[in-house]
Write a protein that binds this ligand. Structure first.
Ligand code: PLP
Length: 397
């Protein structure tokens, strides 16, 4: 692979994740529900993974449900919560830039009688705590807000929203698929929690009731994720069958995936400060230089509160699909996010929500860095982009 700048879609598996996962396919392949020694070995590996992830997130091991990834965690959290708590109220608050896994789960709940308030973000892709407070009704049972946006990287004021939700006794669901492994979390329910990650207090996230994550976004295997469910939260399973995962998620556990995910999260938590410092510096440098060298370009999302690796840029008067094809031909993999579903030419709900000038709407591309991204790769991507945008604009004249 030449230059890979699509790490928000999938990141290279960390070496630790590969090394940890392999034995559970090749040697220790017992089914964790079996009562013989190979089965018990697999079961212990899952339990150890649960403890390791809980340590990284400062929660309790029994608050983690293993799933097949972000989408399943979101479906279980949102639909499972509504089903189990609907007698308490039917009103849910969300934003207009959630991932489709959230917005479609909520759309499904609407057919079952839920009343959904969708809050609009501002031009930087952010909502405010005041908007949440104003939207709360006596029958509000759930607030569903993403931690960070997958297209434009904006980070919502989750700690403050969590404080409000907790104060009002409303459950808060957070889609943290883009954030886990990239920003510090302290969910705060771990007993005897010692020293907390820098920049975080256990109070920050105490109001989060549920949090969804997906392993391949932080260097684990694809097809594995988890849902944090705060102790005492009632949830109805969405997958029916066996008694696995505390009866919340039936089906044989993905043992190699779970073990690999735990290794990936340990490694990303250990390296988090240094990795994010490095990525933020590269990201800011990349954004500044693109804005300087390519006329009529603009950055999407907030400059200050964005994911360390996210570079979302729009160019006036060019089609993102053409840029992406030419970048790929130049050996650089980046994405429109879901910003421009190239074939149909439609503009994503996120790009629509931030109301950018019309001439920029179809020209949005997303480049997402990883801890492995080098300055030389960034330089090469900027050079290619400058040439490609100029060429496409010249072709239109
Ligand atoms: N939520 C966000 C913010 C995402 O970026 C993604 C995937 O890109 C998902 C949810 C869905 O995760 P998965 O692909 O693991 O189902």
């Amino acid at each position: 692979m030449a230059i890979y700048l699509d790490n928000a879609a999938a990141m290279r598996a960390r070496a630790e994740a590969l090394a940890a996962a392999m034995p559970y396919m090749a040697e220790q392949y017992g089914n964790p529900s079996s009562l013989h020694t190979p089965g018990l070995t697999a079961k212990k590996a899952i339990q150890k993974a649960r403890e390791d992830i809980a340590t990284c997130l400062w929660c309790k091991p029994n608050e983690l449900v293993f799933t097949s990834g972000g989408t399943e965690s979101i479906n279980l959290g949102i639909k499972g919560f509504f089903e189990a708590n609907r007698s308490r109220g039917k009103h849910i608050i969300t934003t207009n830039i959630e991932h489709h896994a959230v917005s479609e789960s909520l759309a499904w709940l609407r057919t079952l009688g839920a009343d959904i308030t969708v809050l609009p973000v501002n031009g930087e892709g952010l909502i405010t705590v005041e908007q949440i407070v104003r939207a709360i009704r006596p029958d509000t049972v759930l607030i569903a807000v993403q931690y960070a946006n997958n297209e434009i990287g904006s980070i919502q004021p989750i700690a403050e929203i969590a404080g409000v939700a907790k104060g009002k006794g409303i459950a808060l669901f957070v889609d943290a698929v883009q954030a886990v492994g990239h920003v510090p979390f302290a969910l705060g329910s771990a007993e005897g929690a010692g020293k907390l990650p820098q920049g975080t207090t256990s109070q920050d996230f105490l109001g989060i009731t549920m949090l969804a994550a997906s392993a391949h976004k932080f260097g684990g295997p694809k097809g594995t994720g988890f849902l944090f469910v705060r102790e005492g939260t009632k949830l109805a399973p969405q997958m029916h069958g066996g008694p696995q995962e505390m009866r919340l998620r039936a089906g044989t556990e993905n043992v190699p995936g779970i073990v690999g995910m735990a290794a990936a999260i340990i490694s990303s938590c250990r390296e988090l400060r240094e990795d994010s410092r490095k990525m933020r510096a590269l990201r800011d440098n990349m954004i500044d230089r693109i804005l300087e060298t390519i006329p009529d370009s603009r950055v999407n999302g907030t400059r200050t509160n964005r994911l360390p690796g996210n570079v979302s840029i729009s160019f006036a008067g060019v089609e993102a699909a053409s840029v992406l094809v030419l970048m790929d031909m130049a050996g650089i993999a980046c994405s429109g996010g879901s910003a421009c579903t190239s074939a149909s030419g439609t503009v994503s709900h996120v790009i629509q929500a931030i109301h950018m000038p019309e001439e920029y709407e179809n020209g949005t591309i997303r480049m997402t860095l990883s801890p492995d991204t080098t300055r030389a790769e960034v330089d090469a991507a900027i050079a290619a982009l400058t040439e490609i945008v100029a060429k496409l604009r010249a072709g239109r004249q």
